[in-house]
Structure formats: structure tokens, C-alpha cells
Design a protein around this ligand. Structure first.
Ligand code: GLU
Length: 486
């Protein structure tokens, strides 16, 4: 299968766009086909400088690399493939040639209406509660009149002449059988007065010339499908398969919007989400494997993804699920890789972390507890600086640690821990003596473990007392307990 992703370089890559790209990529890869990247920049006014680089960089981050078309080569936009150019603004002659073909065979006509006239017409239609549609004034111009206007260089566009009485039927891979009535379809502008094609003509020509087998795109294009099918027919091309993927929704089921959360993929990258987590999350937005499995690597997705299991209804963008997946993926990384990835973040604040021979054994303690790598420095602070321990932190209602009992607990901890041999200073050894201490004194385990953990870390949440004491060692552990004065 040859599939494509065809973004317009109008700004950031929307997470919905990334999902579309992912689905197209998976379908190409599972059939050992090609995933093509085409840049659709025919709307020059909306094109943003640098947007193509940003989109490509984001796709690269996500592990979605094009096999053909526009791609990054050492950070620079370049392209590869025999069916280029892959940037639409470099293909204007191709579109002009096909536009002429449509004009010559009477499938398209020139329209000279001014934007004022079109605006007025739309307004009147709205007042009459009619769907906005071109009234075909220019369709009735005689050949003679058209010739005169063209010779006088009157600005004009080219419109597709929709057969009003035609019934257009199609089968979409996701939506199933679809029927459109010709009289409900507007005479779409195909070429603008500036010589640029519209998306509608350009992508039909390109999908044909680039041998695309299946077009995966957002549902917002479904209503334009009849125009595209007619264009294929009038140009004598065989249409590809289509799969219109459902919209992404906010929790309140409205279309995913910036007002309710982030929609730019870059925001998720900046927040520290792992590409594995975001890709896994996006794959599951609108698709499921038919069982309860939820964790999928790219390879597993390539293997399991099935277009037949994409749902028709909109998919809720549930960031809690994303955070959960992020946690799952962080736990899946090996401890060595985890340590390598967080070391620069921790080093930024604690220089000594860079050459700390025990960094990995310290890092491992937070691997199960963190959601974002940028939390690492704070979560490991107590390994590199003396914690600030307050009375409020040491006292804990839930653990039944009262102010009155604290001095006794701390004294008992000092005495007990002083007696632990170096060879027993490990999680099991410490567990044994501290559980015995609690039993002996008639305290609950939490009544000694909470103050110990809080003393060693200065944090309300952290790895457990045994793990921290083991890594810190006997000397520092005792020093920190002795330093508490209440
Ligand atoms: N350039 C279009 C967009 O960015 C692509 C739609 C399509 O995939 O056909 O929305």
C-alpha cells in the first residue's frame, strides 16, 4: 500500500494530524509499502515560514519517517522519490495542465464573479436559510462572452461543473456506503485567479500521479468527497480507497479545541511526554485491537493495526489516559536507559550527579514514581543536598505520627540503626530490624517508617524509607536523623 500524509504548512502539527499520519504510516508499513509525505502549500496566504521543518521534526520525534516525498536530511528539508516534486507549489504546471483538460471537455467553467457579488449572494442565501452555493451565473455565459473577458484579462477562477442530477455513491473504509446527491454539491473552485490550484484539484491530481492506494484523512473532508470523486471521474482516473478518521473530542464531546487543552504536538513534546506514550495514546484514539491490550510499541502497532477496527464516532482526548500510558512507558525503559535519559536533567541542578557512580541505583528508585523526566531533579534532590525537614512534614495524622511521640521514635531509630552491621545495611536487613523495633515498642510500622522517610528526603512523596536508607548508607542516614531537633 502506498499511503500519504499531506499537511499544509500553516503552523504547528495538530495532534489530530499526528494521529492521521500515524494511521497512514501503520497501514503502509504493515503491507511493506511506502509512506509518502507531501506538502500542500497552495494556499500561499496561510503558509507559514518554517512550518514544514517543524512538522517534519515532529514526525521524526514520533518515529514516523517518510519513505518518499519531503523529509529531513541532516536537519534540512529535502525530498526523495521518483514522483516529485512533492511540494505542491512546485507543481503548478501539472495542475494547470489538468485544469485545462477539465475546461476543454466542459467539466469545468470559468467564473468571473467578483468577491463582492459572491459575498452578497452568500448573505442572501443565508437570509433565505439556504445552504451557501454558487448560483452558476457564469455557467450560462456564451463562448463569445467568455472569450472577450479572457482577452480583456478579467480575473477569474475555474469551477467544477457538478452534474446536478447525478447520484454519487462510494464506500469509505470507515464510514461504509455513502450517497451524495449532485444538487447538494457546490461548484467547487479548482483554480484560483492567481494561477494556484485549490486543495481539491491539487490533491486529486497528486494522489493519482503519486499512485496513492488509500487516502487516510480527517472526517472534516468527508463533505468534500463527492467533489473529489467527480474530479477523479472527469479526469479519467481511478479513485483511491478513502478512510475518513473520526474527530478528536474534548471531554465534553465538543471538537478538540485549544481553549480546553493543548492541540499542538509540540506542547506535548515540551511537557516531556515520551514519543512512545503519545504514539500509543493516539493509536488508541479511535482504534482498538479487539481485546483489552493497551500497551503497544510502534512495531506492535504495525503488526496489530487494522483499519476495519477504526470506530466511526469521535474519540475523546483523555489526557488522564495519556498520563497513565506515559507512566507505563517510563517503567518499560531499562534502568540504565532511564538513568542516562534523566542524568542531564538532574545534572542541570546538581552538578555532582554527572559523575556520580551510584547515579543509576538512585535513579531506579524514582523510575516507578515519576510521570515526566523533568520531575527527576526535584525527586532526587535529597541525594544531592540536605533535605529541609519541617515538623509539619514529620507529624502525620494518617500514619498516626503525633508530635508527642516523635522524640521517642527518632531516639529509637538512632539506637537501632547504630547497631546495624554494615553487611546488613540493605533493604531486607533494615526491614528486619525496624519491623522488630515497631513490634517491640508497640508502634505501627508507619509510625516509624514515615518519620524516617520524611527525615531522609524532606519530601511528602518519595521512594520508601528502606530503599532510600539503603542507597544513602548508614552514615548519612544517621547524620540526618541526628540533625532533627524538635
Ligand atoms: N492539506 C490537507 C490538510 O492539511 C490534507 C487533507 C488530506 O489529507 O487530503 O488538511
Amino acid at each position: 500500500m502506498r499511503t500519504r500524509f499531506a499537511p499544509s504548512p500553516t503552523g504547528f502539527l495538530h495532534v489530530g494530524g499526528l494521529r492521521t499520519a500515524l494511521y497512514a504510516y501503520l497501514i503502509a508499513k504493515q503491507s511493506k509499502g511506502e509512506f509518502i509525505l507531501r506538502i500542500e502549500d497552495t494556499d500561499q496566504e496561510r503558509s507559514v515560514l518554517g512550518a514544514t521543518e517543524d512538522i517534519l521534526r515532529t514526525l521524526h520525534w514520533a518515529g514516523i519517517a517518510p519513505d518518499e516525498g519531503v523529509m529531513l536530511d541532516q536537519g534540512k528539508v529535502s525530498s526523495k522519490g521518483a514522483k516529485g516534486p512533492y511540494i505542491q507549489s512546485q507543481r503548478l504546471e501539472v495542475y494547470q495542465q489538468y485544469a485545462k483538460k477539465l475546461l476543454d471537455k466542459g467539466s469545468a467553467y470559468r467564473c468571473f464573479c467578483s468577491s463582492e457579488r459572491l459575498g452578497q449572494m452568500r448573505e442572501d442565501q443565508q437570509k433565505r436559510k439556504e445552504a451557501p452555493m454558487y448560483d452558476r451565473l457564469c455557467c450560462s455565459l456564451s463562448e463569445e462572452e467568455v472569450k472577450k473577458k479572457v482577452e480583456a484579462d478579467e480575473p477569474h477562477v475555474l469551477r467544477l461543473k457538478i452534474p446536478r442530477s447525478e447520484k454519487i455513491t462510494f464506500n469509505d473504509d470507515i464510514r461504509g456506503d455513502l450517497t451524495f446527491m449532485g444538487h447538494t454539491v457546490d461548484d467547487q473552485v479548482l483554480m484560483k485567479s492567481d494561477g494556484f490550484p485549490t486543495y481539491h484539484l491539487a490533491h486529486v491530481v497528486d494522489d493519482h500521479l503519486m499512485d496513492i492506494d488509500i487516502v487516510i484523512r480527517g472526517e472534516e473532508w468527508l463533505s468534500s468527497l463527492p467533489k473529489h470523486l467527480l474530479l477523479f471521474q472527469e479526469l479519467g482516473f481511478k479513485p483511491p480507497r478513502y478512510a475518513h478518521v473520526p474527530l478528536l473530542l474534548n471531554a465534553d464531546k465538543t471538537k478538540l479545541s485549544k481553549r480546553q487543552g493543548d492541540v499542538a504536538t509540540e506542547e506535548y513534546i515540551n511537557k516531556g511526554y515520551l514519543p512512545e506514550a503519545l504514539v500509543n495514546f493516539l493509536a488508541l484514539l479511535g482504534w482498538n485491537p479487539g481485546n483489552k491490550d493497551e500497551i503497544f510499541s510502534m512495531e506492535e502497532l504495525i503488526d496489530k493495526f487494522d483499519i476495519g477496527r477504526i470506530q466511526k464516532s469521535g474519540a475523546i482526548f483523555d489526557t488522564e489516559k495519556l498520563d497513565w500510558l506515559q507512566g507505563q512507558w517510563i517503567r518499560k525503559i531499562s534502568s540504565q536507559e532511564f538513568a542516562e535519559r534523566i542524568n542531564p536533567i538532574v545534572t542541570e541542578i546538581y552538578k555532582e550527579a554527572e559523575s556520580d557512580p551510584d547515579f543509576e541505583s538512585k535513579a531506579v528508585l524514582i523510575q516507578d514514581r515519576l510521570t515526566f523526566f523533568n520531575e527527576a531533579a526535584e525527586m532526587m534532590s535529597f541525594f544531592y543536598e540536605e533535605p529541609k525537614v519541617t515538623k509539619e512534614l514529620l507529624i502525620n495524622d494518617k500514619q498516626k505520627v503525633s508530635e508527642e511521640m516523635l522524640p521517642n521514635v527518632l531516639d529509637a531509630l538512632i539506637t537501632t540503626l547504630e547497631s546495624v552491621d554494615d553487611k546488613d545495611w540493605n533493604e531486607d536487613g533494615l526491614k528486619e530490624v525496624l519491623f522488630a523495633l515497631a513490634k517491640d515498642k508497640g508502634w505501627k510500622n508507619g509510625q516509624i517508617l514515615w518519620p524516617l522517610r520524611a527525615t531522609l528526603t524532606g519530601l511528602p512523596y518519595s521512594p520508601g524509607a528502606f530503599e532510600v536508607a539503603t542507597v544513602l548508607g548508614k552514615e548519612i542516614t544517621l547524620k540526618r536523623i541526628r540533625a532533627i531537633s524538635i
